[in-house]
Write a protein that binds this ligand. Structure first.
Ligand code: B12
Length: 211
């Protein structure tokens, strides 16, 4: 059986064939394959496989960095083709916590939320606690989304939430966490309101919190 376009995107991305991967995505766009599906069934699945290769020491940092370059370029190509809701329904401040530079997952979540009508303020990676506080005061988001992929990010998340409490901002925002090393248990332990396993679940949870 011939492989689906999503499987082909996965194959090109996992084998780090940048030009082939981006050309296929452009073809998918032309053929009106839903952009969101190309992200979730193609890119997201490929990044999981790349993560496994890193764990098995088949891939090293150079390969990971190149894969993230391809991923970010692919998402830029797909962004304009994600359906966008017309009305905005709330604001989220999203970023990767202090000490952590991983941003592919956060970027996917941000893109998906944007297309569903949520105003997204992405403050980047390795965000210091003071910046979270300053931005919460300035933007007054309904939701704060903390992303973190490393074991050390759990304590960064906890410290960020404690600072939000200390600054008397905790009752003004709902806090959602996501990323490889976190879970519902972690969310309960560090005082977040919710945990999301992936972008789609994040969207559902955030929509519920905004109701
Ligand atoms: C790509 C990658 C990198 C790239 C990152 C590029 C980039 N621009 O992001 C590079 C090469 C730079 C990198 C660097 C490092 N990495 Co790295 N990296 C990865 C890898 C392979 C994939 C991560 C990824 O992008 N996944 C794909 C995305 C789509 O998935 P995701 O992030 O989980 O996001 C989804 C959900 O979690 C959720 N989500 C995520 N955030 C949020 C937020 C909210 C609010 C919500 C609702 C949902 C949500 O939705 C997303 C979409 O569905 C992982 C392995 C893995 N299995 O995860 C290691 C991994 C995270 N890295 C790891 C390590 C150790 C490092 C380095 C320290 C390596 C080194 N020795 O230098 C450095 C860290 C630098 C730093 N200070 O951050 C470890 C962490 C181990 C640990 N438990 O602490 C991992 C787990 C690999 C491993 N098994 O050892 N890495």
């Amino acid at each position: 059986m011939e492989k689906t376009i999503f499987e082909k995107i996965q194959d090109f991305l996992v084998s780090l064939k940048m030009e082939e991967c981006l050309t296929l995505i452009k073809k998918g766009i032309k053929e009106k394959i839903p952009a969101y599906e190309m992200i979730m069934k193609g890119i997201y699945e490929a990044m999981k496989q790349i993560g496994e290769k890193f764990e098995k020491r088949e891939y090293f940092l150079a390969e990971l960095m190149f894969a993230s370059k391809i991923t970010n370029e692919a998402i830029e190509l797909l962004k304009p083709h994600l359906n966008t809701a017309l009305e905005t329904s709330g604001k989220i401040l999203i970023g990767t916590v202090s000490g952590d530079m991983h941003d592919i997952g956060k970027n996917i979540v941000g893109t998906l939320l944007k297309t569903s009508g949520i105003e997204v303020y992405d403050i980047g990676v390795d965000v210091p606690i003071e910046v979270w506080i300053e931005k919460i005061k300035e933007i007054k988001p309904n939701i704060v989304g903390l992303s973190g992929l490393m074991a050390a990010s759990v304590s960064s998340m906890r410290n960020t939430i404690q600072a939000i409490e200390k600054n008397q901002l905790r009752d003004k925002v709902k806090i959602v966490i996501g990323g490889g090393t976190v879970s519902q248990t972690v969310a309960d332990q560090i005082g977040a309101d919710a945990y999301a396993y992936d972008a789609m679940e994040g969207l559902k949870i955030i929509r519920k919190l905004l109701d």
